[in-house]
Design a protein around this ligand. Structure first.
Ligand code: SAM
Length: 237
């Protein structure tokens, strides 16, 4: 059966710096897609930094759709004790994040250049994740395209099942109707509870921006234009 994808492969060629990063750093930081369970220990060898003992207890966060990787790189630097498995289908974005990894010496990111839904389905066992980041997923503004939105009940059920108890799912968007959909879909998932409701009842389910999520250039531009941004953070019961 043909499944509806949450993305269309965008045109765009890799720049020479991105291509160089792909050739030089790809072998170390790219995780090939495979239709079988990921070996986390082997995948994240060296993620604690050069010379540090490898530690299988380090938390693992999955990021879906990192774009050009600006926020991803900053978050990985802010949270050096966490391992990040980051999925993106847009190849120039993969090259761009590899370039940032090289420039900033970031050991704790691994990249899978593949549809995150297939990665979740085939590579991630139950209760293997400590967190999930989905920042500014494609809003698919037109009503007839809403069905392409990434955040819908079937995917959220799969993600909830892959979170460890206490693990979190953090989504952010600048498109209010999508923010409402995200809040509804996550609230309806029985394995999840809203982290912000008890602490920030005045935000009606939305969350204050967690400290680790940086304001990107794109977001700053939107804020200057008076656009809103909504963060939603739920936790696996
Ligand atoms: C609007 S961009 C946002 C990028 C980035 N998170 C940011 O905040 O700038 C959404 C990204 O998600 C990627 N994407 C959408 N569906 C995906 C999927 N199923 N698997 C992997 N990446 C996906 C797209 O290629 C695109 O780069």
């Amino acid at each position: 059966m043909r499944t509806i994808k949450s993305f269309v492969k965008r045109a765009g060629r890799m720049g020479s710096g991105q291509e160089r990063a792909m050739a030089e750093l790809g072998p170390q930081f790219l995780v090939p897609y495979q239709p079988s369970a990921l070996n986390f220990e082997a995948t994240f060898e060296g993620a604690a930094g050069a010379g540090a003992p490898s530690d299988v207890q380090r938390p693992v966060v999955l990021e879906i759709g990192f774009g050009m990787g600006e926020a991803t790189a900053q978050i990985a630097l802010t949270l050096p004790g966490t391992n990040f498995l980051c999925c993106e289908v847009h190849e120039p974005g993969v090259g761009a994040l590899l370039k940032r990894i090289g420039e900033n010496n970031i050991p704790n990111i691994r990249i899978c250049n593949h549809d995150a839904v297939e990665v979740i389905d085939h590579m991630l066992p139950l209760a293997c994740l400590d967190g999930v980041h989905i920042f500014f997923p494609d809003p698919w503004h037109k009503t007839k395209h809403n069905k392409r939105r990434l955040i819908q009940s079937p995917l959220i059920a799969k993600l909830a099942a892959r979170l460890k108890p206490g693990g979190y799912l953090h989504a952010a968007t600048d498109w209010e109707p999508y923010a409402q959909q995200i809040l509804e879909v996550l609230s309806a998932e029985p394995k999840l509870k809203n982290r912000a409701l008890p602490t920030h009842p005045e935000l009606a389910g939305y969350s204050p921006k967690p400290h680790y999520r940086p304001l990107t250039k794109f977001e700053n531009r939107g804020i200057k234009l008076g656009h809103g941004v909504w963060d939603v953070v739920f936790e696996r019961i």
